[in-house]
Ligand binder design. Structure first.
Ligand SMILES: C[S@@+](CC[C@H](N)C(=O)[O-])C[C@H]1O[C@@H](n2cnc3c(N)ncnc32)[C@H](O)[C@@H]1O
Length: 427
């Protein structure tokens, strides 16, 4: 069906891996015909689409609710950083290349001038990022989403009279067909502690299917951090509370309260004051080169030195993403690379003093809050640490075998001569 609404499109539907011939499953809206042929440099990159599981269907179904999109769009830190990134690359794409003219010219880079840019929005949701791109002068945007929210995106595109510039494709990125190479991939794929949801795998597939050599990926790279934290109030609210409830001794509930409060990771906002040391880089993701395999399991060793005497209640995880050009084209180091260089032990965050540096969307405790907040892994019991006391160990993040959208967190840590292991699942 072209140019209109599919008559039957089950919520959270996806085709099953037949992406080249999957149009009976995928319902592309082509609000604009004809442009494709003249633009078309047919791409023929066969990438095997992973099967669409029932978990994936449930995942897409969850994005059909407007509330989740409302929350994301109302997160101004998130949405305005994306808008700024788009504008920066629209307004400054020439400026950007002037900036790097010692290294490369626009023509040598093989990038078309403004107005010829073709974009794929991986997981367009309501279409907001696609519309930002069209407003910024993209020639054409393919807005792809497997959730029913794509139906709404199509209406939004029409309401904004952008149907000739934005094609909404309702289907998985793994399954839909786009018959040309694209210059830019934009996507808001980041889950809690960066890798939860495993949506980055779909961006990788889009990149390998359609991105032209030298094309742009927004965001371009990401860094996941962790740090030990102190949060005695949280412990008191969840555990000590039961010791005296309206004068009644409810301490028999304490073990259950600890289990319920601290067994699994929790997403909450902490402040910089909760953080005991500089954070450590768990994973640096270069969106131009990262592979699906590399994301299946991530392990990092750490060694912290507490900057204060405090109860050590657990670890916090958060991330940054950066919107810069391909590092291989410009040779310009990303701030993530710099962060790792600044501290050979894995790196604390580098403060970004230079306004010419790439735009960064940060979810760090000391930065303005976002809907991602921080992800906490609490211990059942706090460990009292002295100033300068060493906390070392390792963390392994693995996509759950049961549901690849879930994440297993295996933590081994030692301090003050005692060692511990904590297993948890972010689901
Ligand atoms: C975090 S939301 C972002 C929505 C929108 N881009 C925004 O910034 O408001 C991610 C969207 O990607 C979609 N999505 C995730 N994986 C996808 C895939 N493999 N193919 C198509 N859509 C996908 C989800 O259905 C969801 O609507």
């Amino acid at each position: 069906m072209e140019g209109g609404m599919p008559t039957s499109s089950p919520a959270g539907s996806c085709s099953n891996g037949h992406h080249q011939n999957g149009t009976d499953h995928v319902k592309p809206w082509r609000s604009h015909h004809g442009g494709g042929a003249s633009r078309s440099r047919r791409v023929n990159r066969e990438i095997e689409a992973p099967p669409c599981t029932d978990f994936d269907k449930a995942y897409f179904q969850s994005y059909s609710h407007v509330g989740i999109h409302e929350e994301m769009i109302k997160d101004r830190v998130r949405t305005e950083t994306y808008r700024m990134a788009v504008l920066q690359h629209q307004k400054h794409i020439e400026g950007k290349f002037k900036l790097f003219k010692e290294h490369i010219s626009l023509r040598n880079a093989g990038l078309p001038p403004i107005g010829l840019i073709v974009v794929v929005d991986v997981g367009c949701g309501t279409g907001i990022l696609s519309i930002f791109c069209a407003q910024a002068g993209a020639k054409h945007v393919y807005a792809v989403d497997a959730s029913e929210i794509a139906l709404q995106a199509n209406e939004v595109v029409k309401a904004n009279k952008l149907s000739d510039r934005i094609t909404v494709l309702h289907g998985r990125v793994e399954d839909v067909q786009i018959d040309e190479e694209v210059d830019v991939i934009i996507s808001e794929w980041m889950g809690y502690m960066l890798l939860y949801e495993s949506m980055l795998g779909s961006v990788i597939i889009a990149r390998d299917r359609w991105l032209r050599p030298g094309g742009l990926i927004l965001p371009s790279n990401a860094v996941l951090y962790m740090a030990p934290i102190t949060h005695p109030n949280r412990y008191a609210e969840s555990v000590d509370f039961w010791r005296n409830v309206y004068g009644i001794d409810m301490s028999p509930i304490v073990p259950l309260a600890k289990q319920c409060a601290f067994e699994e990771p929790s997403v909450e906002t902490i402040s910089g004051e909760n953080v005991l040391t500089w954070p450590h880089v768990v994973k640096h993701v270069d969106c131009y080169t990262v592979t699906v395999k590399e994301l299946e399991s991530v392990t990092a060793s750490f060694k912290f030195q507490s900057m204060m005497r405090a109860p050590f209640n657990g670890f916090a995880f958060w991330f940054d993403v950066e919107f810069s050009g391909p590092a291989t084209t410009t040779g310009a180091p990303s701030s993530a690379d710099e962060a790792t260089k600044t501290n050979p032990s894995g790196g604390h965050r580098r403060k970004r003093a230079n306004p010419d540096e790439a735009l960064v969307l940060s979810t760090a405790p000391e930065d303005p809050p976002t809907h991602w907040q921080q992800t906490m892994v609490y211990f059942y019991e706090p460990i009292d640490v002295e100033q300068d006391q060493v906390i070392d160990g390792s963390v392994t993040l693995t996509q759950s075998k049961e549901n690849a959208r879930f994440m297993n967190i295996h933590l081994e840590y030692a301090s003050g001569g005692r060692s511990f292991v904590k297993e948890s699942v972010l689901r």
